[in-house]
Design a protein around this ligand. Structure first.
Ligand SMILES: [Zn+2]
Length: 112
């Protein structure tokens, strides 16, 4: 970016954590390493809490697999979350579940 004072415009995403930036005082949330229990690859997730890191990971996980069985409430995912800023870190295991909220849409059909 060329503007040193304000490297990001409003409504840009942070290049590090991916969050939407609403002010020039943006600070990235804490960094976590997260993986699905039955996989070996850790991924970096930026989140305020370990729980949020597990949830964000699961959201991306379902996007990647285009499955949405967790969001649909049909399955769950065991996720390991590691706070790599405090070694020696021990992973915390979470069970992540989801739910689909009903959504209704009204369209005008006829004005009587
Ligand atoms: Zn950030």
């Amino acid at each position: 970016m060329s503007d040193q004072e304000q490297p990001y415009g409003l409504n840009d995403r942070c290049e590090t954590c991916g969050e939407w930036i609403y002010s020039k005082h943006h600070r990235c949330p804490p960094r976590w390493e997260v993986r699905a229990e039955d996989e070996t690859e850790w991924r970096v997730v930026w989140a305020q809490t370990a729980e949020e890191a597990a949830e964000k990971f699961t959201e991306e996980y379902e996007n990647n697999y285009a499955d949405y069985s967790i969001a649909g409430g049909r399955s769950r995912l065991n996720v390991l979350v590691l706070d790599s800023s405090k070694p020696p870190a021990t992973p915390i295991k979470f069970k992540v579940t989801g739910e689909t909220l009903p959504h209704y849409t009204a369209e005008v059909v006829e004005i009587t």
